[in-house]
Design a protein around this ligand. Structure first.
Ligand SMILES: NC(=O)c1ccc[n+]([C@@H]2O[C@H](COP(=O)([O-])OP(=O)(O)OC[C@H]3O[C@@H](n4cnc5c(N)ncnc54)[C@H](OP(=O)(O)O)[C@@H]3O)[C@@H](O)[C@H]2O)c1
Length: 269
């Protein structure tokens, strides 16, 4: 009996993922790491996806490489999530090109080596602007476009972090950790507002541990030190995070998985 129920649930998930084909996604921070991998994963499952970043040459290369080979489609859009009118233009572009926006993955994020007792104010402001304000502007625009396009089955997925739940014993990550704690609060706050409006839009977050991307190279402002850091620690691959996104998109309409926490098996914190 239990097996039969589990099989039915797996069937429903597979069916739901197939039904995602033709849906339209916006992925922020899609020029590198997790976002770039996710663009490939979604497009190969039939999803039409707009990938944004401040520098979009890698997304444009992916469009050339992949668009003839996948059932979905990828478009590149230059957008800095700190700049409100660029975010609005990105939503207008996606709606014009593909007809609607059904999925938003708030993935753009940065960290800077800026400890609380000695760090630079401009670094803190940049983390706030991208990780918190940029994410909030994109979420509001997604909701408003859903209302105007009549989309009531959307998905919002915030890429948070394990340090959105714990404060790591690492001064260079303390301000970044505070920004990801804010993301945890924003995910729950948005869920409550959606529920109050009796919306069927789902919101979830994924909180990864260490993932091998360019993130720590930029955080340390030193490619070599960043790569050494990844070598010394066990890491997830961006594909592991993409798989979690696919899982969230595969759940039936009445199921909202609030959070996926995913760590390398040996990661301590
Ligand atoms: N790597 C990890 O260990 C790890 C762990 C947990 C959570 N995360 C989270 O995962 C997400 C993705 O990070 P990643 O590891 O894939 O890092 P990444 O390789 O450095 O990618 C970050 C992406 O964000 C974009 N971005 C930065 N500022 C932006 C802005 N103002 N507007 C639009 N896009 C912007 C970057 O492109 P441009 O610079 O061209 O704009 C890039 O495409 C982040 O939210 C990060 O906090 C990462």
């Amino acid at each position: 009996m239990v097996n039969a129920m589990a099989e039915k649930s797996i069937d429903t998930c597979n069916k739901k993922l197939k039904q995602s084909a033709g849906r339209v996604a916006i992925i922020t921070g899609a020029s590198s790491g997790i976002g770039l991998d996710l663009l490939k994963a979604l497009a190969s499952r039939g999803i039409r996806a707009v990938g944004c970043a401040r520098s979009i040459s890698r997304i444009e290369e992916l469009c050339i490489d992949l668009n003839d080979k996948v059932s979905g489609h990828i478009s590149a859009f230059k957008c800095d999530v700190r700049i409100e009118h660029e975010v609005k233009s990105m939503f207008e572009f996606a709606c014009k090109k593909y007809g609607s926006v059904d999925i938003l993955v708030n993935n753009a994020g940065v960290g800077h080596d800026a400890p609380l007792l000695t760090g630079d104010t401009e670094c803190w402001k940049n983390i706030l602007d991208i990780n918190i304000l940029g994410l909030s502007i994109c979420t509001r625009e997604f909701y408003q476009h859903s209302l105007s396009c009549g989309v009531d089955n959307g998905d919002i997925i915030n890429i948070c972090s394990i340090v959105g739940h714990v404060v790591p014993p690492s001064p260079r990550n303390h301000f970044y950790s505070a920004s990801k704690h804010a993301v945890t609060a924003l995910t729950e706050g948005t869920r409550q507002e959606l529920s109050e409006k009796e919306s069927n839009i789902k919101i979830s977050q994924i909180s990864p541990g260490l993932v091998h991307t360019a993130f720590h190279l930029k955080l340390m402002n030193d490619e070599q030190r960043g790569e050494e850091y990844y070598k010394l620690n066990s890491c997830l691959d961006p594909r592991d995070v993409s798989q979690s996104v696919l899982y969230l998109l595969s759940t039936p309409a009445h199921v909202c998985v609030h959070e996926v926490i995913i760590r390398p098996t040996q990661q301590l914190v």
